[in-house]
Structure formats: structure tokens, C-alpha cells
Design a binder for this molecule. Structure first.
Ligand code: NDP
Ligand code: 2IT
Length: 450
């Protein structure tokens, strides 16, 4: 479709050198072709041109002092992408690979993910090219305080509510919240993923991983199957991966492989999740140390595998849960998984698969849940945290978990029904993108040219 090609080439001129961002935009726009052709009013209102341009982009300097007394400088971002459905909402990522392209792709995906939850949340993403690895607690705190010293003027419980993502967990949210409170003098729900002692919601820590597994269960149930007895590969060993593994065990499945930035861990008998939690959540160590306890497991260092990729996807399993980072499954990985009999992929990570890997999954007919649908349980539960903060209430674990399950099912149903309506029942990428786009686009039209 010429219209889409023109927009994509215009984007490459106005936002040069943003490969990840183009990838995310292209995937969405290509799947919108049937809607744009039949509903000309979206073109008349220039919805596509508006939706690909963030409402506001904040880029700032983050100076801080390391333990050696040396002043360090990082680059910070908050991209407030779209507020048609509610206050800006989305995570913060601290990782050396963070740049404008990465934050923009994440913010763009967030628009559609948040729309699918059906909750009143707009979309944003932020972060910094800061590497938390090897930093002391004091350095992490100094960095977070400096980050918030700029960010605080742009965020608030009714304007923009950040949360965690890679490299940002409960510890960082705590330091960020403390600095916001100090600068503004206000104790309010400006961040989600807060500690349970001071405004956090039960289930938020578990929500993304649990939600990705609930979504997988919906996909399997529709095919007359379930997770009981299935072997699983779960990439990553962070927040999303750990709680995906926990829920898999609860539903009778067996995670047999995972990875971190140092390498891939394989344990045919089933991974020892208690040990992984100790290594990763408490000690912040490499998964390689798992072998000190379990000599029958295998660890493949990342350096022993071509192009710094992880070796995880070469293993045979019934289901795959990429929960580490973007483009972690390429076409070769996808073909290998399918050839080895993998029948389900549910993405905990955002844009976990390259475009040709996605095509391989859809063409092969296996169940494939794209990140913006499969990992929306995290942000949905963040909204439940906001609701509890605003009403000064605290809900039980069971109440929040029930809502999370309901939202995961509803997202699956919307994506699946829309895919069927458009004649491609197995294409949840198309279903999720169209269902989400319509909600945001219609709200934008009703709110006028803003
Ligand atoms: P964490 O920082 O808690 O964990 C990330 C994990 O992935 C770590 O174990 C890290 O290794 C590993 N990792 C990162 N890069 C690589 C790589 N190139 N190869 C192998 N392993 C790697 O982040 P989260 O779990 O929060 O986020 C994971 C993914 O889920 C991201 O794509 C994020 O955008 C997405 N997501 C997160 C949500 C949330 O609520 N947190 C919500 C929705 C999506 P190491 O331990 O060595 O650092
Ligand atoms: O990618 C994501 O959805 C997140 N990192 C969580 C966002 C949030 O606001 O909870």
C-alpha cells in the first residue's frame, strides 16, 4: 500500500537512524492495511502521521558521582508518546544499549499494548544508557536521584506514571520515589512497582511473567490443549522470566532452560527456581553459579556461541517464552524451534522476535502471542496499583490476580476475534494491532486535532 510506504519513508527522514523504531512501526502499519483501506476517515484525520510521532520527547543529562569520586554522565529519556486513552504510562529501562530508537520503539509498542488492556492509560517509555552491572548500592541510588531530579517536573499521578523495565526493579523504583517525594513534598502514586510497604500492589512483581503464561494458556485452550506436562524454554532470568517460570510450575509445566547476559542454562530435570531466585534476585550473580549446586545442568557462556547470541533456542521443548530483550529470536532460531516441535511462543519481552522470525511462526501455524498482547499483564497490574493508590485502598493478592487473569483472557479474545474477523485466525499480530489501533484512533478523532 503506497500510503504506508510513504509514511515509512517519511519517518526515516524525520527520525534518522532509528532501526528498532522503524521495525516496530512497520509491523503495526503493515497489519493495519485492511483497516486503512476500508475506513478512509483514519486517513482523512491523518491518524497514522500523528500516531507515529510522539507527543513529547524529553532528553536530558544525568550527572552523578561514582564511588571513586569521579563524575559520570549518562543520557536520559522520557518519550511521552500518546495520551489519547489516559495519562502516559510505561516503564523505564537502564541498560547500556538504551538510545532514542530503543525508547521510541518501546513507547510505540506501549500505545497498542495499553489500549488492549481496556484500561484508561496512555503510553510512554523512558530510561538511560546507564549500566547497573557492577555498581554499588550507593552508586545506583546516586544515579536514580539524579535521574529523578530532572524527571520529576514531567511526571505525576495524573500526567505520566513510570514503572520498571530492564535494569529497573523494586530497588530503583524505591530510590526514584524517594527523590520525587523529597523534591515535590508529595506522597502520591507517581510510579508503579513500588514496595509493598509503601504503596505497591500485590501481584505487580509477578504480573508480567504470570500474564505471559496466562496468555499462553488461552492460546493452548483454544486449541484444546493446556500447559500441563509441557517442557518450556524461558529466556532471561530477570523479573519477567522468573515469574513466568513460577507460573509455569504452578500450571504443571516444566521450565528446562533459561539464560542471562552471561550465558544459557539447561537443566533437563527442570530448573531449580528457588536457586535461580537466590542467584539473580538476591545475589545479582551469573547463572553460571547454578552449577555449583547442580552438576547435572549445562551452562553455555555467551562467548561460546556465535554473534553473542544465546544458545537457548537450540534446545527441544514444547513451548518458548522469550523474556529477555528485543530481537532475541531471529529467523534461524525460529526455524529451529519449529523444526524441533515447539508449538507455542508467548513473548514476555517487547518485540522479542525479528520480523522474519514472526513470519516463520505465523506461517508454521504454531500458537504465537506477540509481546504487546502477551506481556500486557504487567502494565495492566500497574494500572490496578494506580487505582488502589488513588482510592487509598489495598486489594488482596487473590483480587488482583483474578483481575490480571480476566484482563489476559480479554486481550487474547480481542486479538483472536479480530484476527478471525479479518480472515487470518492464526495471526494474533494482525488481531492485536487492529483491535488496539481502532480504540486509540477513535479516541484521537473524538478529541480533535491535538
Ligand atoms: P530484568 O532486568 O529484570 O531482566 C532481564 C533479564 O534478561 C536479565 O536476566 C538479563 O541478564 C537478561 N538479558 C538481557 N539482555 C540479554 C541478552 N542479550 N541475552 C541474554 N539475556 C539477556 O528485566 P525484565 O525482566 O523486567 O524485562 C525483560 C523483558 O520484558 C524486556 O524486554 C522488557 O521490556 C519486557 N517487559 C517487562 C515488563 C515488566 O513489568 N518488567 C513488562 C512488559 C515487558 P542479566 O541478569 O545478566 O542482566
Ligand atoms: O513494557 C512494559 O509494559 C513495562 N515495562 C511495564 C510498564 C508499566 O507501566 O508497568
Amino acid at each position: 500500500m503506497n500510503y504506508i510506504d510513504n509514511i515509512l519513508s517519511g519517518l526515516k527522514v524525520s527520525s534518522p537512524a532509528q532501526q528498532e523504531f522503524y521495525q516496530a512501526v512497520e509491523e503495526v502499519l503493515r497489519s493495519l492495511a485492511p483497516v486503512l483501506e476500508t475506513n478512509k476517515h483514519y486517513q482523512q484525520h491523518s491518524i497514522i502521521q500523528r500516531i507515529v510521532e510522539p507527543e513529547r520527547q524529553i532528553i536530558f543529562r544525568i550527572p552523578w558521582v561514582d564511588d571513586g569520586g569521579v563524575v559520570q554522565v549518562n543520557k536520559g529519556y522520557r518519550i511521552e508518546f500518546n495520551s489519547a486513552l489516559g495519562p502516559y504510562k510505561g516503564g523505564l529501562r537502564f541498560h547500556p544499549s538504551v538510545n532514542a530508537s530503543v525508547v521510541k520503539f518501546l513507547g510505540f509498542e506501549q500505545i497498542f499494548k495499553n489500549a488492549l488492556t481496556g484500561l484508561p492509560i496512555g503510553a510512554a517509555k523512558g530510561g538511560a544508557n546507564f549500566d547497573p552491572k557492577g555498581k554499588s548500592d550507593r552508586e545506583i541510588m546516586a544515579f536514580c536521584q539524579s535521574f529523578m531530579t530532572e524527571l520529576y517536573r514531567h511526571v505525576g499521578p495524573n500526567t505520566d506514571v513510570p514503572a520498571g523495565d530492564i535494569g529497573v526493579g523494586a530497588r530503583e523504583i524505591g530510590y526514584l520515589f524517594g527523590q520525587y517525594k523529597r523534591l515535590t513534598g508529595r506522597y502520591e502514586g507517581v510510579l508503579t512497582g513500588k514496595g509493598l510497604l509503601w504503596g505497591g500492589s500485590l501481584v505487580r512483581k509477578e504480573a508480567t511473567g504470570y500474564g505471559t503464561v496466562y496468555f499462553a494458556d488461552c492460546m493452548l485452550n483454544d486449541r484444546g490443549e493446556n500447559l500441563q506436562g509441557q517442557t518450556c524454554l524461558v529466556s532471561g532470568a530477570g523479573n519477567v522470566a522468573i515469574y513466568a517460570m513460577e507460573k509455569l510450575y504452578q500450571l504443571g509445566a516444566t521450565p528446562i532452560g533459561c539464560c542471562d547476559s552471561t550465558g544459557t542454562l539447561y537443566h533437563e530435570n527442570g530448573l531449580d527456581l528457588t536457586l535461580i531466585k537466590t542467584l539473580k534476585e538476591q545475589k545479582r550473580e551469573s547463572l553460571a553459579n547454578y552449577l555449583n549446586t547442580h552438576t547435572s545442568a549445562t551452562f553455555t557462556p555467551v562467548d561460546d556461541y556465535p554473534e553473542g547470541r544465546h544458545a537457548l533456542w537450540q534446545y527441544t521443548a514444547d513451548a518458548a517464552f522469550p523474556c529477555a530483550t528485543q530481537n532475541e529470536i531471529n529467523k534461524n532460531d525460529a526455524q529451529g524451534l519449529v523444526a524441533n516441535g515447539c508449538k507455542l511462543v508467548s513473548e514476555g519481552a517487547n518485540m522479542a522476535s525479528t520480523q522474519d522470525a514472526v513470519e516463520c511462526f505465523i506461517d508454521s501455524g504454531i500458537a504465537y502471542g506477540p509481546g504487546k498482547a502477551a506481556n500486557a499483564g504487567g502494565v495492566a497490574t500497574s494500572q490496578l496499583e494506580m487505582a488502589q493508590n488513588a482510592s487509598m485502598q489495598r486489594w488482596s493478592f487473590e483480587k488482583v490476580d483474578n483481575q490480571l487473569q480476566g484482563i489476559s483472557k480479554s486481550i487474547y479474545q480481542q486479538a483472536s476475534d479480530t484476527a478471525k474477523d479479518f480472515g487470518e485466525p492464526n495471526n494474533l499480530v494482525l488481531g492485536a494491532n487492529i483491535a488496539a489501533f481502532k480504540r486509540v484512533a477513535d479516541a484521537m478523532i473524538e478529541q480533535g486535532v491535538v
